[in-house]
Write a protein that binds this ligand. Structure first.
Ligand code: DC
Length: 261
């Protein structure tokens, strides 16, 4: 950790002594007003298109703030695993509704369970990505998952990462980010990320996947990917992940200073 980072975190702790870790994000007891700093940890949202670097920076941002990370995409992916295992067609709305009503979805922020079975290791296959993309366009699916995400965020001290976290899940979030980047950059990043995971594919195939997902995410009728009106937009094209996180931390800190009086 650089000296600058160390100083930043030290200031953060001094100003926000209870803001560390999940316990630090709890609301103050009824009737107790925050003094210098708000006692409840903030709700921070990070939205943006595929390949904008959301996962990398959201994880690091949460770690540096001592907040929990809520990967909202992982929850939709878990639903897809469960729908696939039940051999349901996404189009069979009635069967899907009944399945969702029975299904027990749980998340600790990054790991996910369906009916008590951890499915985290199964959620990132190409088949599940494709099914997730189709399922997230459906109302019964969003109706089942959004309230759970809201509950998981309610105590604050959390960074939510996804496509609709600042617009639909937590429209009253304290700080909202929208990460963007050129298609070329996002394609290169996603290609490198896949290569790191041992998946060999061409740049052209990744470009097609990114363009299809952009189109689906931005044009779907329900909870489409949009820049929240009050979001801080970070163009990540020419920035390293570290630089993006640093900008985000500074924005959170500015926000904290403004809300302290
Ligand atoms: O971020 P991800 O690739 O893990 O997301 C998986 C899919 O879920 C992707 O198609 C976008 C969608 N998604 C969504 O519709 N709303 C969210 N809040 C998060 C993800």
């Amino acid at each position: 950790m650089s000296r600058e980072e160390f100083e930043f975190e030290r200031r953060l702790r001094r100003r926000h002594p209870t803001g560390e870790g999940p316990e630090g994000g709890q609301s103050p007891p009824p009737g107790e007003k925050g003094g210098e700093a708000p006692l409840r940890g903030m709700i921070v949202t990070v939205d943006g298109p595929a390949g904008a670097g959301k996962s990398t920076v959201s994880g690091e941002l949460a770690r540096r703030l001592g907040y929990r990370l809520l990967d909202t995409g992982a929850m939709y992916r878990a639903v897809a695993v469960s729908v696939a295992a039940a051999r349901l067609a996404a189009e069979d709305t009635e069967a899907l509704r009944a399945h969702l009503a029975r299904m027990q979805l749980t998340s600790d922020g990054t790991r996910v369970w369906v009916d008590g079975r951890e499915v985290t290791g199964e959620i990132r296959t190409p088949e599940i990505s494709e099914l997730t993309s189709r399922l997230t366009m459906l109302k019964p699916v969003r109706d089942a998952v959004t309230p759970l995400q809201r509950r998981l965020a309610a105590d604050g001290g959390v960074v939510l990462e996804g496509r609709d976290t600042g617009t639909v899940v937590c429209p009253d979030a304290d700080v909202k980010f929208y990460l963007d980047g050129t298609v070329d950059t996002r394609v290169r990043r996603r290609h490198a990320e896949l290569a790191q995971r041992g998946v060999t594919t061409s740049l052209d195939a990744v470009r097609k996947e990114i363009e299809t997902r952009d189109e689906q995410d931005m044009t779907r009728a329900l909870a489409p990917l949009r820049k929240p009106a009050d979001a801080i937009v970070v163009d990540t094209t020419d920035l390293t992940a570290g630089e993006v996180v640093q900008r985000m931390l500074e924005a959170v800190e500015r926000r904290r200073c403004c809300t302290r009086s």
